[in-house]
Each structure stands twice: as structure tokens, then as C-alpha cells.
Design a protein around this ligand. Sequence first.
Ligand SMILES: Cc1cc2nc3c(=O)[nH]c(=O)nc-3n(C[C@H](O)[C@H](O)[C@H](O)COP(=O)(O)O)c2cc1C
Length: 341
Amino acid sequence: MKIYPLSIKDLTITTPTVLAPMAGFSDLPFRKICRKFNCGLVISELISSEGIIREANASLEYLTSDLSEQPVGAQIFGTDAARMAEVAINIEKLNRFSLIDINAGCPVPKLMKKGAGASLMKNPENIGKIISAVSDAVDLPVTLKTRIGLKDGFPLINEVANAVESNGGKALTIHGRYAENHHKGNADWELIAKIKEQLNIPVIGNGGINCAQDAIDMLKHTKVDAVMIGRAAIGNPWIFQEIFCKLNNLSFIHPNNEQRREIIIYHLNELINKFKNSCRRKNKNSNTYEISACRKFRPQMIKYLSGYQGVHKLSAKLDRVNNLKDVIEGIDFVLQHKIIQ
Ligand SMILES: Cc1cc2nc3c(=O)[nH]c(=O)nc-3n(C[C@H](O)[C@H](O)[C@H](O)COP(=O)(O)O)c2cc1C
């Protein structure tokens, strides 16, 4: 298998957009679609370091990837520098990933209680140890994704950014919100701009991008090297193509119903394949992978069809359907109806 080593500096040369790691969404099928639409880099959902060490099925599942999505980063969470370095070595051996990203921004209590995710921000010294140990252990670039702080009005990003840069981190992603605010409120682009100005390593800005023009505005106002997009890409992977067109003075045409249908069905089929392969790997004789995939797809599908009449009825119906054919019929029915203005 060919490796595509990623110089993070090149990110700005290809296309300065990154698909955000999003648990439950940024799986292989969705990442592949975003790459098709010119997203510069995609990052996996967060993966437990301890899970990989235990070889837990769920954690290993997140490490599935294929050549068509490269460059792709693997995001891991944990607290112990030595154990995270061990995990990074195992990930590098897979020859599939282009970088290792450390999660220092997730605010969910399950991680916070263990001192992982956003909790790491309380201890920049430990962040430094993790970056240093992981960077020493692997050749892949090591990056970190964090927030501007934990409690609203009390930024910690300065100390975190210094710990990352001075210990060999190759890039820093800043989600411009405080952990206690989760995904609500405005992202602080001023603070992102300030940190960008202070650092020598590339900075990826995140938060507050709801449409392609917002991405262009963030690039312009904060001077970040790339923008990371999460929720605005769910159901709209075309956003990456639109940004690419805007940056290159090309005209962008929004997808028509047929093109939208093509991507929705492709996405769903990829998800079905993913579930099927997963059953095979676990030697599980399951015939339910098709329906499991259809159900998992529901939140994505609502976003793909948002604004079309009948989408909520279709969503409710998904609880009862048990084959792909019925789902496709439902999608076709919704696509025939006008967009609600
Ligand atoms: C459903 C969901 C799951 C997420 N999972 C992760 C994750 O696994 N790792 C991570 O670093 N951030 C995660 N995030 C945060 C996003 O990466 C991103 O920082 C956040 O959504 C803000 O960007 P946006 O406004 O473009 O959505 C998640 C966000 C959402 C909405």
C-alpha cells in the first residue's frame, strides 16, 4: 500500500480545508465523499488509546481507511504520554494514516472525568509530554485539536499552544469556543487570529463556519493556514467544492436533485458495505447490517434532504423499514417535492 506522507505545510498549497473529526459522522464513507469534493484533509472520529491497546473491536473499527480518502488523520484521546506513543506506533504501522491528531477539546463527561479530551487543557505540561512522546515515537506529523479554554472568559489557549509548538507539534487546530459552551454561541475568531500570529506552526481555525463564505471570511480575518468544518458539512459535502471554487475564482453550481440523489445513495451503500465488512471481521453472521446502516444514516439523510417537504415523515418511517429498496423509494419521494422556502 502506498503511503502519502503529509507535510502539513502543504495543506495551504492543495486546499486549505479540513473535515472535522465528528463522532458518529466522520467515518470512512463520509470522509471519502468530502475528499471527492476537494476537502484538503479529513480526520477520523476520536479513538480511544486504551481501546486500541486492548484491541477493542469498536476502537479498531475506527481505524478502517482506504487509499481514496488520503490524506487522512487519526485522532486519538488519552492522558498518558507513554501509552499514547505506543498507540501512535501501532497506527503508523497500518500505513494508512497521514498524521496523528491528539484530542484536547472534547467536553463530554465520559472523557473529562478521566482527564482526557478538553480536560487536558488544565495541564499544558502534560500536553507537552504527550506531544513530545508521540512525536519521538513516530515519523508521522503529530497535531493537536483543542479549544480556547474550559470556562467562558478564561482562555487557556496561550499555554496550550506554546506546549504544542515547543514540544514538536506540527500543527494546532483551535475550536474558538470554551469547553463549557460545547457547540453553542459564537466562536472567538479574534483569539484564533492572535494565536495564529504568535505561532510558527500552521494553525487550523474551527467554529462558526456555517457556509462557504464563512470559511473564506475566517481565512481572511484570522490568517489561519486552513479552516476545519464540522456540522456545516453534514448533508452538504459540496461545501468543500464551493470553498475551492471561491478560492480559485471558479463558478460553483449547487447540486441538482439527480446529483444529490447520487451522493445520498453512494453514501448509504458505502455505509452498508462498512457494516457488512465489520460483521465479516468479527465473524458475526448477521443479516441485519443493511437495516443497521439505514438507521445509522438517518441523521445524515435528514441533513441531505433538509428543506425538502416530507423529510421528517421519511425520517420517522426509517424506524420501520428494513431494506435499502424502501429507503431509496422514500428518498426519491422526498426529492420529487419542492424545497420549502
Ligand atoms: C456530533 C459531533 C461529534 C464530534 N466529535 C468530535 C470528535 O470526535 N473529536 C473532536 O475533536 N471534535 C469533535 N467534535 C467537534 C467538532 O470537531 C468541531 O470542533 C465542532 O463541531 C465545531 O465545528 P463546527 O462549528 O464546524 O461544527 C464533534 C462535534 C459534533 C457536532
